[in-house]
Design a protein around this ligand. Sequence first.
Ligand code: SF4
Length: 299
Amino acid sequence: MNHGRKTLPDDTRPAASKDPRRYIVRDVSRALTPTGGFLRGFGFSLNPYIGCAFGDSGGCPFCYVRALPVARAADGPWGNWVIVKRNLAELLERELRALAGQGRLDQTTIFMASATDPYQGIERRMRITRAALERFIDYPPRRILMQTRSPLIERDLDLFGQLGTRVIISITLETDDDSVRRAITPTSPSVERRLACARRMRAAGLFVQIAVAPMMPNHAERFAAMLDGAADRVIVDTYFDGDGANGRRSRALKLGDLYQRLGYEGWFQPGAEAELMDALRQQLGRDRVLFSRAGFNAI
Ligand code: SF4
């Protein structure tokens, strides 16, 4: 099917932009990547970009991707550049068609995205994620999990509606307290914007999960009450269970020091999630509350 492909420029940064990041447009050699490790319940991950504009020094200090080899795909620190995968949709179509030809498409599960945010700001203009969704409509896999912290995801409600129960919308919301959000991830969308987005996606009939990942300081009962109407299920993850290394990666990122500087030191320790887990189970019921790796892989 012709999706009205456009020729994309090599440098996507508008001349007058105040955005200090470099945006690099590149062709890549494949779309789907077989998963393993933390996401081993999924068959593939799909990353429309390399790098993440939420990842600058004011972005996500807990981002483990900055320590992975992929964070050296361009010069400069994580968060200072984003590579746009220009030919992603064409490759994806080819790979999905091959899976269909092998009779495997109906069993295929895809996590989008494991190492970037598919709805970071550049997606507004480049539409790489949207183009991938259009291919999924032509070749629908068993399940696509769309993971983001960005309300821009609502732009694609029309496509998600066509994918229906094949898609899980997963919105990251680490805390109910916007002062905590501002202190740790000031460039992330506000608590209220993300909650409102989740409620609207759910009202549109989509299955919505909220990923409290990684859990940041919160007011357990208030947070649980907020999430009840916004999500079909909630997954809680922590710096110690969710970094794939029993907390070693989180410690290497000096998150303990950050929490101490902010006066949150009691929250940076194993088991700090217990109160929230209890409150969520009471408010939502046990079936709607999942934890860490088992939760993310519940497809
Ligand atoms: S949004 Fe996700 S991928 Fe992007 S910097 Fe934050 S944690 Fe990393």
